[in-house]
Every structure is written in structure tokens, then in C-alpha cells.
Design a protein around this ligand. Sequence first.
Ligand SMILES: *[C@@H]1O[C@H](CO)[C@@H](O)[C@H](O)[C@H]1NC(C)=O
Ligand SMILES: *[C@@H]1O[C@H](CO)[C@@H](O)[C@H](O)[C@H]1NC(C)=O
Ligand SMILES: *[C@@H]1O[C@H](CO)[C@@H](O)[C@H](O)[C@H]1NC(C)=O
Ligand SMILES: *[C@@H]1O[C@H](CO)[C@@H](O)[C@H](O)[C@H]1NC(C)=O
Length: 227
Amino acid sequence: MQIILSFLALVCLLPAIALSAPGQLFERIGAQPRADPGSGERAATFFTNWREGSGNFQCTSGQGGSYSARWSGQGGFVCGKGYNPGNWNRVFRYNGTYNATGPGYLTLYGWTRNPLIEYYIIDSYDILAPGEPWTLRGNFTFEEGSYDLYTSTRVNKPSIEGTRTFQQYWSVRTEKRVGGQITVGKHYDAWRALGLPFGYHDYQVLATEGFTNGNKVCSGTSNLTVD
Ligand SMILES: *[C@@H]1O[C@H](CO)[C@@H](O)[C@H](O)[C@H]1NC(C)=O
Ligand SMILES: *[C@@H]1O[C@H](CO)[C@@H](O)[C@H](O)[C@H]1NC(C)=O
Ligand SMILES: *[C@@H]1O[C@H](CO)[C@@H](O)[C@H](O)[C@H]1NC(C)=O
Ligand SMILES: *[C@@H]1O[C@H](CO)[C@@H](O)[C@H](O)[C@H]1NC(C)=O
């Protein structure tokens, strides 16, 4: 029944595509399990840049899907280039440089709302020093690599909806790399197989993140391009 209703909703929505803002249909369908038909129609030009603390965190949006970051000091930041809204059927291809010291990630990164979820598909890092304990939930391997899956809970922390308590999902590649292809839907399927819920897409980017954890301070540079 659920599937039929979703299908009917999709069919009924189709005539509205041309009239509605481009993001809206994707956002609605994005809440359904892998039902979203379109991906990659638009260039990866959405840029997000968030920071807190006293550190020197510089992120610069370049042409098309490129951006560069240079960071050091206390606090944290995350910036990246991609799409808004996200899409579970999207395949990210990227390359460039990432040279980091301390806590942080080179990661495919995004959010959903209702429920509010922050998700990461991590390709590289110097050290993993998460602020909250991670719970290992499983692992999976496919042609792009092997990944360990974790979840964690952030309590009263910054989010796209202000200060909130929310879940984080993590896929961490066991062989670090800088550059390649990230098939987002494979991770979505692995997370769904663990029973983890998702909501409506907000943004979805190839991000650089750095943060301080205790006496572990971050610094580094990155220069990345999403195709
Ligand atoms: C990154 O990929 C683009 C497009 O595929 C290519 O033109 C460029 O040379 C690549 N850069 C590096 C550093 O591999
Ligand atoms: C990476 O950064 C470290 C510390 O800033 C520096 O010593 C090293 O030369 C850098 N490596 C590359 C490949 O840029
Ligand atoms: C992956 O999960 C399987 C099944 O839970 C487990 O047997 C295996 O040891 C795990 N592999 C790694 C590398 O953690
Ligand atoms: C990033 O890399 C591109 C292509 O290699 C280069 O043209 C650009 O100057 C670099 N930007 C920075 C800030 O290093």
C-alpha cells in the first residue's frame, strides 16, 4: 500500500515538476527509500561554510564544483561543495588534495530533516577523535571499498535547525583515499539495512571538516573539485 501510494504520489506530482521550484520534488521524494528518479542534472555548485571558535578557518568557493580550505586552531569548521537538496541516487566523483593534522574528515556530508540526521561517508582523515562515542553497527564491502558503519548521538549541538539533539550516521572507508567515486545510495542501503531512519534531504556536499577535541587541535589544507 505504501509503495502504491508513493507511486501514485509520484505520478500525480510529475505534471507539477515544470511549475515548482527545482528542489521541491527532489526534497519530497528524497524521503522515500531510493525512489528519487533524478540525479546530477545540476552542477555541484552549492557551497556551505560553517565555523565556530577562535581558529583560523578559511574556506573559499572556486569555479564550478571546486573549493579550497586552509585551517588551524581552536574550534571547528565544515565547508564543502555539492547540491541542495541531496539525493540518494547521486554519484559523486571528485579529486584534489587533502592534507590534515588532528581531528577532521574528508567526507561526503549531508543532512536530512524529520528526522534530523547528520550523515558522513568518510574517505580520509588524520585521526578519528569524535566528540561523542561512536557505536560500531556493522560493515560492508562493495566495488568502491570497505566501510565500517557507526552511529552516535549529538546532544544540544549546532545543526541546520539550530541547537538540537540528533543522530549521526557514519561510513568510514577502511582504506583512506583522496579522489574517486562515492555512490551515495550504497551507503544509504547499508544504513537502511540497519534500520536507521532518514528524513527529507537538506544539502549534500563533498566536505572538509576539522575540529578540536581536548588537546587535539586541527590544521591542514584541502583543494577539491567535484565533477
Ligand atoms: C580532476 O578531474 C578533472 C576532471 O575529471 C581533471 O580535469 C583534473 O585533471 C583532475 N585533477 C587531478 C589533480 O587529478
Ligand atoms: C602536509 O602538511 C604538513 C604540515 O603542515 C606539511 O609538513 C607537509 O609537507 C604537507 N604535505 C603535503 C603533501 O602537502
Ligand atoms: C564485518 O562484519 C562481520 C559480520 O558482523 C564480522 O564478522 C567481521 O569481522 C567484520 N569485519 C570487520 C573488518 O570489522
Ligand atoms: C587548487 O587546485 C587548482 C587546480 O590544481 C589550482 O588551479 C588552484 O590554484 C588551487 N587553489 C589553491 C587555493 O591552492
